[in-house]
Design a protein around this ligand. Sequence first.
Ligand code: ADP
Length: 650
Amino acid sequence: MPEPLQAPPRPAVALPPRPAMRRGLWALPLLLSLAFVAGVLTWLRSAERDEREQQRLDLISDALSLEAQIGARIELEQLYLVELATQLQSRQLQPAAFAAMPEVQQGLHRFWLSITWLDNANRFLAHLPEQAPQPPAAPLAGTASAGLSGHLSVPLASGQTLVARYSPSDMLRQSVPWWLARKYDVRLVDSFDEVIASTAEGRDVPGRQTYRVAMSPALGDRYLELIARDTITPWYRAFPMAMVVGFVVLIAGITWMLRRQVRDVSRAEQAWRTEAAWRSAMEDSLTVGLRARDLDGRLLYVNRALADMVGYAPEELVGQVPPMPYWPPDSLEEIMLRHRRNMAGNAPREGYQARWRHRGGRLLDVMVFEAPLVDARGQRIGWMGSIIDVTQARRLEERERHQTETMAHHARLTMLGEVASALAHELNQPLTAISSYNAGVINSVQRQPDPDPVVLRALQRLGEQAARAGRIVQRIREFLTRREPQLESCSLAAIVEGSVALLRRELDRQDVQLNLVLAPGLPPLVADAVLIEQVLINLVRNAGDALAGKDGPRRIEIRARRTPDEHFVRIDVIDNGPGLQGRSVEALCAPFYSTKPEGMGMGLAICRSILEAHHGAFDASETPGGGATFSLTLPLDLQPTAWPVEEVAL
Ligand code: ADP
């Protein structure tokens, strides 16, 4: 179903130029992708750095606070031990009562591994729990609190010493709050990096952050080390996921943009289609031909009107270079010169006239107006021509001019006719009298016994000339009394054959071969058959006269056919005689023009008058190969009624 035409969109030339930014829009997705990747990289790396820094700060503060707590705890234990020593001294207790002291039991309950009371020679006075005493600071193998042990000692007044041995591991376990233990592995190490105690259960994982603080001097040369349990995920681990998420978002955005773009494009395409439909409708409705040519004259475009004007399809014309197929071949040189002038930009602004040839051979008169053809950037790329077919107008002008001339001619002929009529009337009597008197004189001279033959011959010549003058006058009278044309439908073939039949014997005598070429299917003609017959008789007789002195074959041919436009019938009388010898049809048709000794010179003038009375045309031309061709053209569309014609003959 054809799409309904909408209002024509604004012409493309009126659109504002597209901003450079929009023209580069196609690269936006790529730029966005690159920017996104760079952004994600930077963001991930800075996030990792920040996280690492934050973890480090937490680690430091947690390490410091834990060190303070552990230091405080050790000091507290030291205080408990001092308190125990004070109790021992103030209550003068014996070693046997040592085990019953609640402070001792409480200490063992906490994280003391053992408590030992030494005398001033470092011998055991008491030792709890009661097992084989171990040398202080020796590793306690096989206990639950495996690892190195530490000890606290308090001197008593009598040179004795109270030594509490404890498990640093247990001490750590009891001192490190649960939430800290979940975040960090906590270790006590000595200056040789030997682990004294640790809350770590698994193996070391590389890449974890650690922080080490020196413990209070009371604990000796030891360090508290915190190792973050959580490792910071390297930025590149999160990169693929971030990319995937980011690209999904990006693709969603790009899809949306693409959708908009597709909608814009289809809208533009719709507008373009509408515009194209409008333009071709407008172009097809034009009667003015349009053609676009490049700077070399190659046809880039022709509209329907131009194609119809010259009878070629637009596809046949587009791409053609000069000489164009519609240039008449006989004036190529002149047209080429004009073409070069036009290509140089010197075509007249007010247009110029040209004559082209339709594919069918008919010539056209056209007016051509040239204008520069420019592209979107305003640069000249060729020429745009508008062409108007003025053939009809020219023909009308020509016909008008011809009619005016014909009228003047008729007026002249009428006047001449009147004069000739008067002359004929006036001369008839004296000529008859001359003839009568001459006949009388001849009779009288002949009756003489010895008539002078010279006088007699002169008188006879006088009589002959008077008779000839009388015949001329008679012919003139006949012309003047000719009836007006009576138009009726008649057969052209019958007319031609009728006139030929009248002349056949005469032509045979003259040894002239007559040939008839009548196109088949000639339509009936509306004409005065008697007058047309007279025209043909006159022309054939003239041709016979022209052939009289010719050696070799003498030929006359009568051809009848319809003209290509089908509105006329054309009859040619062709001979192979001496031809027109440069004389125009006007000269031949001039009244009283004759080259024959006895000719009156009115035959062709009358022929032309008869044809003009039929609205036809009369012409004469040279026969190719020698001879003359007289042509008459008669319209086929006359109405079969007598119409008021002026004088047909003189
Ligand atoms: P006429 O026959 O009396 O001479 P026309 O008007 O018929 O008068 O012819 C005028 C002249 O035209 C002729 O005298 C002749 O010179 C020339 N003419 C006519 N027909 C032919 C022809 N077929 N070939 C050559 N000349 C011709």
